[in-house]
Design a protein around this ligand. Sequence first.
Ligand code: TLP
Length: 348
Amino acid sequence: MNVAGVDLRSDTVTRPTAAMRRAMAEAEVGDDVYGEDPTVNRLETRAAELFEREAALFVPSGSMGNLISIKLGTRPGTEVICEQKAHINQYEMASMAAIAGAFPRPIPAEDGILSWKQIEAEIRPKTYYFSQTALVSLENTHNMAGGTLYPPEVSDEICDRAHEAGLRVHLDGARIFNASVALGATVARLARKFDSVMFSLSKGLGAPVGSMVVGSRDFITQARAARKMLGGGMRQAGILAAAAIVALEESPKRLVEDHENARRLAEAMAEMRGVTLDPKKVRTNIVIFGIERSGKTAADVCAALAKRGVLASGVGKQSIRMVTHCDVDRAGIERVIAALSETLASRA
Ligand code: TLP
């Protein structure tokens, strides 16, 4: 994307800030496979502290963090209950099946938010000739449902009841800091009942690379071994962890701006002819809207937007996702609104 453009394809596209680059240049490093990188150790300690859990592990990506958690929470031949549009179900290369040997049991849910009632109905009978349910995975915020939120009492109930049923519960909290800001609850509060938590440093928080897995000391010891097995043992990773520490300390407080920008975008779009969107549902940094009524395809609209310097992603034949982040300010948002309005009004 050229510097004059506005890239809303994802919050993964952000560039490290000057403070992050400085921290990277000055990072003290060591070999993290030997546990000797002081900056990685500091990041892991800080993440565990913020989530009020025993331990945390720095992993190269959210996908690897989810896979490690699923691998440790299942056995080959067991099942994972998740929402149908969950990232683990749609965008992780079927790794839970290909690598962990687990089978997804996806359930479609309105706005991506599952209830215990829906989950309970999909737990497999405890009969030897059925594959057995091992793990429930929730996504908060839910990316492909438009950054939607689990009310804390709903996720708490799912965790409690799942535990009573002998199941583990994983949180794909790639954007849990967005959820925390929108719900006015700490990440520790939102994540406290989950057995494992993955959160991303490289999305809304703006770090260049990396995610964390958080949980009990015993779980993280096993996760460290699983990370090595998957080829995720990194050496002088303090260079990356240094930027991640800046992201963790500095970024959560500014996410409210991204949410306000997403809301402004959604409210303007809801007024446009040809767009289907309920702006009240936009509570975090993701806006997904339908363009069925325009008669155009997402591919055509995205191509026309790109010509006007705006990047967005098609997430269905006639639906588009825009994600706000720290590299887009209010002026950028106004530019996107103008570009979309022109694009939808044009005949081509
Ligand atoms: N999401 C990406 C794409 O892969 C769709 C994006 O642009 O939003 N969990 C959730 C909820 C995610 O949204 C993502 C990435 C991941 C996990 C995976 O993280 P990475 O990309 O670090 O492997």
